[in-house]
Design a binder for this molecule. Structure first.
Ligand SMILES: Nc1ncnc2c1ncn2[C@@H]1O[C@H](COP(=O)(O)OP(=O)(O)OP(=O)(O)O)[C@@H](O)[C@H]1O
Length: 423
């Protein structure tokens, strides 16, 4: 399809660099022009998503957001500006998008997407892009996409890190294959509570826009089946692969209807019920880590047998002499025979659930200073047990501490908290 006739004169000028881009050209540009994208949220992530999709030439954009622009939004929501404070975000964003591509068709929805309207709102979409900031919305959108067989680009950010992926049930993993259940309200801090580096949504939102364009035009390899994680502090990208969970009951077959989307009732508007920010949500079963975990930890394919374990089910490594099973740890705790328990995960992981009595000394802090690690000088020679999510970071912590405190009785919890909580 190399027909330029569908482009106006100004569009031919506007998209010149795409026309001349090898592997993109007129054909991909025409696909964009004939596409309809639903974007949820015109905030931090929505700003680059909407800006770049509009500028790239997506023909129709449906933007959903019930909020108005606040000055505190402006350090990251760069589609808005001082002059749009108090305006609906959809209107402020639409004005910028029209400035970038006057022939774009924009449908503004100045309302939250909820269980009650989600299926209708995404019905016509070629792809849905979720730039919202709360779990309620994420699960509503994810379930609606699964029911309606829509691909969904999802991103999340918190503090200095973010992650992004493409989900598409039936064609690859769905959102619930990564995060089966939403965490309880308050379990994960919001960006408002924990803060977020202003430029971070620019990075993650731009990748979300890129993935959307790739999906719509068919170029390249999308992130379907992969979660890309970016850590701004050490300027690293890493990815984890993700597969559909064969054990998961699809949303479509549990009879989820409009009222049941997201596991929330129809009268609980997503925004009003918003419990927390995105990023690091607690998977209900062993699953790839979310953002902010510094080292790569492979996901377990099968739930482990916690009672009788001579290997780490997540890494396949055999149990070492200085490692404890969750059961052995529990027995030591019950017998009062523990010198200290140290959780070397990130504070947000610690907040989402921890072993009773554990102190939190994140691995990255422990490298510099292990003063917070209690029990290293235990007179009775009781062990200090280290744990993380699945036992990889805590193994590193143990090696570091062993160098510095050769006399300490150090033990690593095999399978980490993921296994312990299955006891
Ligand atoms: N259910 C929903 N439907 C539509 N838009 C939503 C929904 N939930 C959240 N949003 C929007 O997603 C955007 C997320 O933006 P962002 O994460 O930057 O946070 P914010 O709410 O603007 O800022 P802050 O949390 O600092 O007040 C917001 O504009 C918010 O209104």
């Amino acid at each position: 399809m190399n027909d330029l006739s569908q482009f106006s004169r100004s569009q031919m000028e506007r998209f010149q660099r795409h026309f001349s881009l090898d592997g993109f050209g007129i054909e991909a540009q025409a696909k964009l022009l004939n596409s309809r994208v639903v974007v949820i949220g015109a905030g931090g992530l929505g700003a680059p998503i909407l800006t770049y999709l509009a500028a790239a030439g997506v023909g129709t954009i449906e933007v959903i957001d019930h909020d108005v622009v606040d000055r505190s939004n402006l350090h990251r929501q760069v589609i808005h500006s001082e002059g749009s404070i108090g305006e609906p975000k959809t209107a402020s964003a639409a004005a910028v998008m029209r400035g970038l591509h006057p022939e774009i068709v924009i449908h503004e929805h100045r309302e939250p997407i909820t269980a009650a309207n989600a299926l209708e709102l995404i019905n016509e979409a070629d792809i849905v892009v979720d730039g919202s900031d709360n779990f309620t919305t994420r699960y509503v959108v994810a379930d609606a996409c699964e029911i309606a067989d829509k691909p969904m680009v999802s991103g999340s950010i918190l503090r200095f890190a973010g992650q992004v992926s493409l989900f598409w049930a039936g064609h690859g993993p769905a959102y619930r294959d990564l995060y089966p259940e939403a965490p309880d309200a308050g379990e994960v801090p919001t960006c408002a509570q924990a803060g977020v580096l202003g430029v971070l949504p620019g990075v993650i939102g731009s990748i979300m826009a890129t993935e959307t364009i790739k999906f719509l035009t068919g170029i390249g390899e999308t992130l379907l089946g992969r979660v890309l994680i970016y850590d701004a502090l050490d300027a690293s990208f890493r990815e984890i692969s993700l597969h559909p969970d064969p054990e998961r009951v699809p949303v479509t077959s549990i009879g989820a209807d409009v009222a049941g989307l997201g596991g929330f009732s129809e009268d609980a508007p997503a925004a009003a019920a918003a419990p927390a920010a995105p990023v690091a949500q607690a998977p209900a079963a062993p699953a790839p880590d979310a953002v902010e975990q510094p080292e790569s930890e492979p996901a377990a394919d099968q739930p482990a047998d916690v009672e009788d374990l001579d290997f780490n089910p997540f890494t396949g490594d055999p149990k070492l002499a200085d490692e404890l099973t969750p059961k052995e740890l529990r027995e030591l705790i019950d017998a009062g025979a523990i010198g200290g328990i140290v959780d070397v995960r990130e504070p947000w992981e610690h907040q989402m659930g921890t072993i009773e009595g554990a102190v939190n000394v994140p691995l990255r802090d422990l490298w510099a200073d292990d003063a917070g690690v209690s029990g290293l000088e235990d007179d009775a020679g009781r062990p200090v047990v280290l744990y993380c999510k699945i036992g990889v970071r805590s193994r590193q912590a143990l090696e570091v501490l062993r160098q510095r405190h050769p006399q300490a009785q150090l033990r690593n919890l095999i399978g980490g908290y993921e296994l312990y909580r299955q006891l």
